[in-house]
Design a protein around this ligand. Structure first.
Ligand code: E4P
Length: 218
């Protein structure tokens, strides 16, 4: 399972990269705005800065919602760096654009996916990644993990190559459950990755080992 970090914060990206388990980064316009990154030029520079930190795929989202401009913007983003994956919304013109990018060998991430039918369409259109938002489904009393399981079954039935990128992951249990179901990738905050480290018995055990070592070496 690949681990992506879902942020535009360079310090957090560096921290996750330093841990040695990071496979990529996802961003969206809200995450960019949260870091105070505005304007096309600054946003593009920021994507390049992220690509300099990590070695894997970096999703950069288009703002356009019509086919011609999605293509224009997507090609500009893809030209920024070979790690850029063009993030395209799950809309009709987005589906057409996914097919276009796929034929041109440009990697894509189909975002804002909330149903198995949408995920099926994204795979048919040749998306590299599909991003079902599990946390936002959980927020409205709908089982986000169930959607991951449905998509896994559909993709396996037909050997679709599109990777399931479990998005809107909020905590460690989302990560573990997605891994059990077989999501190819998860993207979440740094806390969802670092939280996997924690166990009180590890802390207690380590404390005892060190105390016993020190007793024997006094
Ligand atoms: C996915 O790529 C999105 O950026 C993200 O996971 C959305 O997460 P949120 O629902 O926590 O905003």
């Amino acid at each position: 399972m690949k681990f992506f970090i879902d942020t535009a914060n360079l310090d957090q990206i560096k921290e996750a990269q330093d841990l040695g388990v990071l496979d990529g980064v996802t961003t969206n316009p809200s995450l960019m705005a949260k870091e105070g990154i505005t304007g096309e030029v600054n946003i593009k520079k920021h994507y390049q800065a992220i690509c300099e930190i990590v070695t894997g795929d970096v999703s950069a989202e288009v703002i356009a919602t019509d086919y011609d401009n999605i293509i224009k913007e997507g090609e500009e983003l893809a030209a920024l760096h070979d790690q850029i994956v063009v993030k395209v919304p799950m809309i009709k013109d987005g589906i057409k654009a996914l097919r276009y990018f796929s034929q041109k060998g440009i990697k894509t991430n189909c975002t804002l996916v909330f149903s198995a039918g949408q995920a099926l369409l994204a795979a048919k259109a040749g998306a590299t990644y599909v991003s079902p938002f599990i946390g936002r489904l959980d927020d409205i009393s709908t089982d986000g993990l169930n959607l991951i399981a449905e998509i896994r079954q559909i993709y396996d039935n037909y050997a679709f190559e599109t990777e399931i990128l479990a998005a809107s992951v909020r905590h460690t249990m989302h990560v573990i459950d997605c891994a059990k179901i077989g999501a190819d990738v998860m993207t979440g905050p740094l806390s969802s990755i670092e939280g996997l480290l924690k166990h009180p018995l590890t802390d207690i055990g380590l404390e005892k080992f060190l105390a016993d070592y020190n007793k024997g070496n006094q």
